[in-house]
Write a protein that binds this ligand. Structure first.
Ligand code: SF4
Length: 71
């Protein structure tokens, strides 16, 4: 396993989300935009590889997403 394959968890702070939708576009298995609130929500527990997590966090313009190591 390389560092990029390392398992991490992405956390969503919905209060910071501005509903741009990059997370849903990049990782539709993990995020969706709520039709009513126009805020992202996590699908599942946010577990993904470090490479996937870094990409989605980097593309979030509001800083609503963050990476935590798995326990
Ligand atoms: S990319 Fe960030 S601001 Fe945009 S919908 Fe996802 S969490 Fe919200």
């Amino acid at each position: 396993m390389t560092e990029h394959d390392a398992p991490v968890v992405v956390a969503l702070n919905a209060e910071l989300c501005i509903g741009v939708g990059n997370c849903e576009l990049l990782a539709p298995d993990h995020f969706r935009i709520d039709d009513d609130t126009a805020v992202a929500e996590l699908i599942g527990d946010g577990a993904m590889t470090l490479a996937a997590a870094e990409e989605v966090v980097d593309r979030c313009p509001s800083g609503a997403l963050s990476i935590s190591p798995t326990a």
